[in-house]
Design a protein around this ligand. Sequence first.
Ligand code: NAD
Length: 474
Amino acid sequence: MVTNWAKFFINGAWVAPADSGRQIPIYNSVTEELLETVPAGNANDVDRAVRAAHAAFPSWSALSVAERAGYLRRLAAGLRARVEQIAPLISLEVGMPIGGARGYQTIRASEFFEMFADLGESMEFEQRIGDSLVIHEPVGVVAAISPSNFPLLLTLVKLGPALITGCTVVVKPPETAPGSVFHLAEVAEEIGLPKGVINVITGYGPEAGEPLATHPLVDMISFTGSTGVGRRLLQLGSETIKRAHLELGGKSAALVLDDADLATSLKQATDQAFTNAGQVCFAWSRLVVPRSRLRAAEDILQEIVGNHRVGDPLDTETTLGPIVTSAARDRVRGYIDGAVREGARLVTGGRSLPDGIDRGYFVRPTILSDVHNGMRIAQEEVFGPVIALIPHDGDADAVRIANDSIFGLHGAVFSSDAERALGVARRMRTGQVDLNGFKLGGVAPFGGFKQSGLGRELGSFGIQEYLEVKSVQL
Ligand code: NAD
């Protein structure tokens, strides 16, 4: 059954788009059939939504933090009550296996609202510095533009801090996976969130995203997506000196040191890198192993990949589903072909559909060896289930390889010596490093060095991003 989301959520009501004839089709990533449609918003729709958020700002920001926290907790509960509607939808849009779509994409996502409610209530928004009263105030109207891979979660990690501080928001979800954000709007309506606090419009980036990022009544752009679009938004926002919080791309490296248990390290690294079929900004898509253990690593990886169950993400046995669109699949295939042309060797995987599958946006889990860090496959974000295996000649060389990137979002170190691993982590120019396996920080700040972003999301650092600072001399 095709779901048609025909209207936008603006000022607490469902309103017809300015140009109601234009719908965006979203296809089922498994069957390639039409799954849902959403309106293609334009500058007129954006203007209505921004004006609603602007009008709602004075009264929303005047509520107490405890009152706003109450709304956040009710939103979280409302989303959790819909887990069986939201999770399968995200699975079919994005391709993530249903367990992860329930756990990470929906339940964990809703818990972020509760985390921001708790944190907000525990923070001081005023302080005395000398003879001055320093007041931390909400920045104003936030344009929240979110990406395809975690469409609800990465919207909520913007809305949580924005709402708890007293900001109002216009959300533009990805046009490739927008359905869960319509559920969020329905929950906002159900719980009686004051009108105009959350507004949702859909559309293509240039038609709906750009008018939002340039609107004079928008105070802040909070964007998660590719580095190219982030760069464009930074330029556009500069006209009106908007605050920009950018969570962008990555090409993160997992460094396996020579004292690490190879099999355990490689299993943990591939589990992380193949989560959501590699559609993860912080995927450890470069796996850097001691040169002397390269061949052994290839054998182990071949076995690990062979154990993956590629298929329908709604099947609970599936470990690796398809990716979001045919264009994304073709792009990933292009990277695999390009790597082989540049001299990489295919250990396993490749451009063809996985065995037993004849349609859908599937990509075989792929390991490329004999990669050196100068190749495109080691420098550019692939955003699919593709790992570049790179040899290193000791800790200093491994760190050099990790840092030889325009990105700096994430990374990992595997070693049996905790001090040594921490020493290596300190030398990596990146926003996060996990020691000996993937760990979701949750309340720790998340964000990128270099071209992986500006600012930090999550926890109290995430809340600070949405605050202005006023000094009153007493
Ligand atoms: P994308 O950049 O193509 O799109 C992201 C959003 O930006 C979408 O809503 C899209 O409609 C909008 N957009 C596109 N062009 C625009 C424009 N000109 N003006 C305004 N808005 C525009 O990214 P995607 O494919 O949806 O997501 C994948 C990317 O997101 C990857 O690069 C990934 O690394 C990154 N990402 C980063 C993080 C992080 O926390 N650092 C998290 C998840 C994803």
